[in-house]
Design a binder for this molecule. Structure first.
Ligand SMILES: [Zn+2]
Length: 266
């Protein structure tokens, strides 16, 4: 039986309404889109066709350390440095969620990784928001109702988490529904970003923290205490379909969130 035909109570699983709370924008690109955008910006890729690129990701994405895994995202992040690239990938991301039956989604990504084309932090968030809204409109035109909110990710090995927190709060009510902390984990406890988490708490702004992927209990404890993320959801989404989308999320990852991020796009 093809995976598209799996049914529960006579209904296709794909058609059932779903909520997606842990997807990474730079981990959900269509291989063909990566090829076309790479061609436009002159980026070398490890494969020359969509099938080969999907296979390369499938072969390389699992195994190795968290740091090795994160390195693979240089391929996708590399084609998301222009407004056009960000709008297109965000739009397609939403369309693909809708095709899977998702009615509410949160998509996380790190704005500071998308500045090499000369865009500002504000401009990259604006570009992704435009793409999300275009994707929602395209889904609506097909009779699919979906709302998607942004989670802005700060990188734990950098020292600008407070700036990203302020960026996220400044977009409250305009499409950003939360803050996230991610990146190389070992040696970079959430407590190192206490100023950002204190600010977010003062602003009553939802936060999520990756923890438990690349470090142990101390990291998880710091996520819960310093990140004030008392509700634990222990695994990242991991939905990989070679040939259609590149890897999304990482199996076995830990992720903790403060309650309140879930809700309709304002
Ligand atoms: Zn994640």
């Amino acid at each position: 039986m093809a995976s598209d035909d799996v049914r529960i109570g006579g209904r296709k699983i794909r058609d059932l309404p779903k909520v997606s709370l842990h997807d990474h924008l730079d981990g959900g690109l269509r291989p063909q889109t990566v090829l076309e955008l790479a061609d436009q910006v002159g980026l070398d890729l490890p494969a020359s066709d969509a099938k080969g690129l999907g296979a390369w990701f499938s072969d390389h994405i699992d195994g190795g350390s968290l740091e090795d895994y994160l390195e693979k995202f240089s391929v996708t992040v590399g084609v998301m440095q222009t407004r056009e690239g960000l709008v297109r990938t965000a739009k397609e991301f939403v369309e693909d969620l809708a095709a899977d039956g998702v009615v509410y989604g949160e998509v996380r990504w790190a704005p500071e990784q998308h500045l090499t084309g000369g865009l500002s932090l504000d401009e990259v968030v604006d570009a992704v928001q435009e793409g999300i809204e275009e994707g929602e409109d395209a889904a609506d035109a097909r009779g699919q109702d979906i709302r998607v909110g942004q989670l802005l990710t700060a990188l734990r090995h950098n020292d600008n988490a407070r700036d990203i927190a302020e960026l996220a709060v400044s977009w409250r009510g305009r499409g950003v529904v939360g803050f996230d902390l991610a990146g190389p984990e070992d040696g970079f406890l959430p407590s190192g970003h206490r100023a950002a988490f204190d600010y977010l708490a003062e602003q009553f702004f939802p936060a999520t923290v990756h923890a438990g992927e690349g470090a142990g209990l101390a990291s998880i404890r710091s996520a819960l205490i310093d990140g004030r993320a008392p509700a634990a959801r222990p695994r990242c989404a991991h939905r990989q379909r070679p040939g259609r989308r590149l890897a999304r999320g990482r199996g076995g990852a830990g992720h903790f969130r403060r309650p309140g991020a879930l809700g309709p796009r304002p």
